[in-house]
Design a protein around this ligand. Structure first.
Ligand code: THU
Length: 126
């Protein structure tokens, strides 16, 4: 699975976004260390705070299927479905990544490849 292929899966997942309130569609494709891919999209709610980001949908799908070891995640998203600008993961999603992933976890955006250490250098941990 190349970074480009993973990004294409994220883009396809963003088409499924339920983003009627923000019109900001996000897709994520999570690659497990054993080569499986779990995708997710953002799912909004009329009770706004119940919205869940695409990254967490992908991660929770994977964990609920017994996969907890991840190699990379590709993320695409933007207003009105425009994915030309990088869509950086929010702090909540970075914190969820840090539960399962080390600092070298690869985060693939449209402006290049980042790491968890780079995007969240000081992370909460018990
Ligand atoms: N969103 C994500 O799916 N991932 C992020 O990391 C940041 C934001 C979603 C949540 C909401 O549905 C929309 O983007 C606008 O905030």
């Amino acid at each position: 699975m190349t970074d480009h292929e993973l990004s294409e899966l994220a883009k396809a997942a963003s088409k499924k976004a339920y983003s009627r309130y923000s019109d900001f569609s996000v897709g994520a494709a999570l690659l497990t260390k054993d080569g499986r891919v779990f995708t997710g999209c953002n799912i909004e709610n009329g009770s706004y705070s119940l919205t869940v980001c695409a990254e967490r949908v992908a991660i929770f799908k994977a964990v609920s299927e017994g996969c907890t070891e991840f190699a990379a995640i590709a993320i695409t998203g933007g207003a009105g479905g425009d994915t030309s600008q990088p869509c950086y993961p929010c702090g909540a999603c970075l914190q969820v990544m840090s539960e399962f992933c080390g600092g070298g976890f690869r985060i693939i955006l449209t402006d290049g490849v980042h790491t968890l250490d780079e995007l969240m250098p000081k992370r909460f941990g018990l």
